[in-house]
Design a binder for this molecule. Structure first.
Ligand code: HEC
Length: 465
């Protein structure tokens, strides 16, 4: 099978913005993608380096006392049944057989998935392990993965079986169940769900699949009243190949998505997205048949802001559409810039490329001329579409120029490269490329969102004496 391809069709409409994480959970009966096997191979090649980094086994590091707290905090979010990872790491007997693989995965930085250079910026969703955590896991594996005393074990984590955002204030579901066939490949299905009659400020969204065994991913978009995008669609009646695109410039856009292992979007207090009166929800669902015909009703849960928000959150996109990567080029550079017409706070940044994506960097030049890097992803991994959420306040004053630079490797040395002899341009397929950056930006409530797209005359021109 091909590796996960997400809503690239939609990502084409960059001005809408989107944060679309890709996880790589094959449906039942499907093999893990070739590139994962390449990952594994890479780790074996790498393993010669590991002895140099190994620490002496101290005999005191045990699962229950030292390892279990780390695995709970850092791994179980994905390594439990129903989530993204192929095997659970909930108990000693789950984890014990993986001790060596865990050591390799954490020493090489493969696990947990996190690609940002930790010397640039601070991120509240940072997944990377501290040196002490890695040390503990390595010591444990080297000591033969001892269990230790169950009395030392932390209480098992309680996972929310229901909604991760808490009890939703409203749930909108597909009005008609979708009939998922037993076999074959199903095109992405678009399903219209009418939303609310009045403006709604939404603080948290959660997209929930009806049947996790056949829902690969769901992306929820909103469509403003009167939009021409899929204007003919009827509530609940699936559309496989929309002939029209979302409208740009803060008109239609993505709100949330379901991908195993990626938590739902919960905005901080005082921040909310506006779902305008009369808007529709457009669900894009990717079904992966698993041998048994079944039905699915997926939906979206909403938690509304309890007070009018201080900040409106917008998903903003920028990109370099004119990509033209020559055959065998190992270091192609693409760049996109944006200058905002209003003060913005950055809540999230997600650089998006495909299989030839190599590295990405986002930097800001402030109106006073100072520049700094906001995010550096030295080794881009298409399989993990991570939105990096700055910790603390990342405020860009009006007139700040944001510059995104991405590099691509179209050479034979890129193990993910499907065809180095091809010239590669912008396109939907993972064998095409994209250069996009999606940002969650907050602007003071009441500011016209179109100001984001307006280039300011800032810094002010010196007046003629
Ligand atoms: C965001 C989800 C996520 C988190 C967090 C995560 N894993 Fe994984 N892990 C996966 C997925 C998905 C796979 C299978 C695909 C792959 O190998 O990339 C995997 C595979 C693995 C493997 C298999 C071998 C390998 O390297 O492919 C090991 C070992 C592993 N994880 C260990 C860990 C440990 C230890 C932690 C915590 C310190 C952790 N993972 C955290 C998602 C996650």
């Amino acid at each position: 099978m091909s590796i996960t391809r997400l809503t690239d069709r939609l990502i084409n409409f960059l001005a809408l913005g989107a944060t679309i994480p890709a996880a790589k959970k094959p449906g039942a009966g499907q093999a893990y993608p070739v590139n994962m096997r390449i990952h594994l191979a890479a780790i074996f090649v790498f393993s010669w380096a590991i002895p140099c980094m190994a620490f002496a086994a101290d005999g005191k590091t045990t699962f229950h006392k030292n390892v279990e707290p780390i695995v709970q905090a850092r791994c179980q979010g994905c390594h439990r049944p129903g989530e993204a990872a192929p095997m659970p790491l909930l108990t000693y007997s789950d984890t014990r057989p993986w001790a060596k693989a865990i050591k390799q995965a954490v020493v090489t930085g493969k696990m947990p998935p996190w690609s940002a250079d930790s010397s640039v910026g601070h991120f509240r969703n940072d997944r990377h392990l501290s040196a002490a955590e890695i040390d503990t896991l390595v010591k444990w594996a080297d000591a033969g993965a001892p269990e230790g005393n169950t009395k030392d074990a932390p209480a098992p984590l309680q996972f929310t079986e229901g909604w991760a955002i808490g009890k939703p204030d409203a749930v909108l579901q597909m009005p008609i169940p979708y009939d998922v066939p037993a076999q074959g490949t199903v095109d992405y299905q678009w399903i219209l769900i009418p939303a609310f009659k009045e403006d709604k400020w939404v603080q948290a969204f959660e997209v929930r699949p009806g049947n996790r065994s056949i829902v690969h991913h769901v992306a929820a978009f909103w469509r403003r009243a009167g939009s021409k995008w899929m204007a003919d669609a009827q509530p609940g009646v699936p559309v496989a190949k929309p002939s029209t695109a979302p409208e740009t410039g803060a008109a239609d856009g993505i709100i949330a998505e379901y991908v195993p292992g990626i938590p739902p979007l919960v905005l901080p207090k005082g921040y909310a997205m506006l779902l305008p009166a009369g808007a529709d929800i457009m669900l894009q669902v990717h079904y992966t048949p698993n041998g048994k015909a079944t039905k699915d009703i997926s939906g979206v849960g909403f938690v509304f802001a309890t007070a009018p928000p201080e900040y409106q959150v917008i998903t903003y996109g920028m990109g370099a559409f004119n990509l033209k990567i020559p055959p065998y080029e190992a270091n192609y550079r693409a760049q996109a810039t944006a200058t905002f017409g209003t003060d913005v706070r950055v809540l999230g940044m997600n650089p998006h490329m495909h299989l030839r994506g190599k590295s990405a960097e986002i930097s800001a030049t402030y109106p006073d001329g100072r520049s700094e890097a906001l995010l550096r992803v030295p080794k881009y991994d298409f399989n993990w579409q991570i939105t990096y959420e700055p910790a603390g306040d990342l405020l860009l004053p009006a007139g700040t120029k944001v510059e995104a630079v991405s590099y691509y490797d179209n050479s034979v040395n890129n193990p993910f490269n499907p065809d180095p002899s091809k010239e590669v341009k912008w396109g939907d397929q993972t064998s095409d490329e994209m250069m996009a950056v999606f940002m969650h930006l907050a602007i003071p409530a009441g500011t016209d969102p179109r100001m984001l797209y307006r280039r300011p005359s800032y810094p002010p021109k010196p007046s003629a004496e």
